[in-house]
Ligand binder design. Structure first.
Ligand code: IPD
Length: 277
C-alpha cells in the first residue's frame, strides 16, 4: 500500500513540476509576500498546489491535505495526510536558479518504526510513509517508501560517510524574519570554523535529497515548516541518514539535523550549543 502512495506521489510531483516549470516566465511577474517582505509566493505556487490537491484527492478522496499555500483541507479523520510544498525554493524559482522542487509526503500519526517528527502546525508527532521530491529544472525525481530505501531517477541512493565533522560539507537554510536570521547567523559563525564548508542552496527539500544522494554530508535548519522537510526527511533517512532534533526532542520545526550517523549528534551539539531559544 505504501508503494502505491509513493507511485502516486511520483506521478503527481512530475505533473506538478511540469506546470511550475512552464509557468515560470509569467508567474514571476505576479509575486506576493507572506511572513516578511522577502518571503514570496508566486501565482505558480498557488496553481501548482491546486493541481497537486486535485490529482491526489481524485485518486484518494478520503485523505487529508496540508499545503504551504492552501493550508488544511480534506477529511479531518483521514489516516493519511498529504503534506505538500508546491515550490520549495521559491526564491530560486524567482531568480532562475535551478534548485526548486515539488515536495509531496504521505504522512500518518507517528507510531512504531520510522522517523517521528513534529511540525509547526500540529501538537502531535507524525511520520512520513512515502515521499516524492521532483526538481523539474534538473529533471531529478527522488522517491522513498518507509522501510524500502530511496531512489534518484530509479537508481538506489545512499548517503556518503564523511571522515569527520571537520571534513563535512554542511547545508543549511535561513528563515524569513530578521530576528530568526540574526540568530541563525550567530550559530553559523560558530559552526563554520568546525566544518569543511557551508552551502545555502535555498530549498530544504533539495538539500535533503542532495544529502540522500551523497552530494553533501549534512543539513540542518531551525524553523522549517513540515512541508519543507516531510518528504526530504524520509528520502534522506531511507538513504541512511540519521534525522534528529534538539536533545530530548523530536526533529522538526524546532530543529532538524540530518546527516550520516557518524556525525549527526556532533553536528546537533554544535548547532544547539550556540543557539538562542
Ligand atoms: C524555504 C526553503 C529554504 C529554507 C526556508 C524555507 P520556500 O522554502 O526551503 O531553503 O531555508 O526555511 O522556508 O519558502 O522556498 O518554500
Amino acid at each position: 500500500m505504501r508503494r502505491d502512495l509513493e507511485a502516486l506521489a511520483a506521478t503527481v510531483a512530475q505533473r506538478a513540476g511540469e506546470l511550475m516549470k512552464n509557468m515560470r516566465a509569467n508567474a514571476i511577474r505576479d509575486v506576493d509576500t507572506k511572513t516578511s517582505a522577502v518571503d514570496v509566493v508566486t501565482e505558480a505556487d498557488c496553481q501548482t498546489e491546486r493541481l497537486i490537491v486535485k490529482l491526489l484527492s481524485t485518486a484518494r478522496p478520503n485523505d487529508a491535505f496540508l499545503g504551504e499555500e492552501g493550508g488544511v483541507s480534506g477529511n479531518p479523520d483521514a489516516e493519511i495526510t498529504w503534506v505538500i510544498d508546491p515550490i520549495d525554493g521559491t526564491t530560486n524559482y524567482l531568480y532562475g536558479i535551478e534548485a526548486s522542487c515539488v515536495s509531496i509526503a504521505a504522512t500518518e500519526l507517528a507510531s512504531g518504526d520510522g522517523v517521528h517528527w513534529l511540525g509547526e502546525r500540529e501538537s502531535v508527532p507524525r511520520k512520513t510513509v512515502a515521499a516524492a521530491v521532483f526538481n523539474p529544472f534538473t529533471d531529478e525525481l527522488f522517491l522513498a517508501t518507509a522501510g524500502e530505501g530511496a531512489t534518484r531517477n530509479g537508481e538506489a541512493i545512499s548517503v556518503r560517510a564523511p571522515e569527520s565533522l571537520a571534513q563535512a560539507l554542511v547545508a543549511t537554510g535561513f528563515g524569513y524574519t530578521e530576528q530568526r536570521r540574526a540568530e541563525q547567523g550567530a550559530v553559523l559563525s560558530k559552526l563554520l570554523p568546525q566544518i569543511r564548508d557551508i552551502r545555502r542552496i535555498g530549498s530544504a527539500a533539495f538539500d535533503l535529497c542532495l544529502l540522500a544522494s551523497g552530494r553533501i554530508d549534512a543539513y540542518y535548519e531551525r524553523g522549517i515548516q513540515e512541508w519543507d522537510f516531510a518528504a526530504g526527511a524520509l528520502i534522506a533517512s531511507e538513504a541512511g541518514a540519521l534525522i534528529i532534533g534538539r536533545a530530548g526532542e523530536l526533529p522538526g520545526s524546532q530543529l532538524l539535523v540530518a546527516a550520516h550517523p557518524t556525525i549527526a549528534q556532533q553536528l546537533r551539539d554544535a548547532v544547539t550549543e550556540n543557539s538562542v531559544g
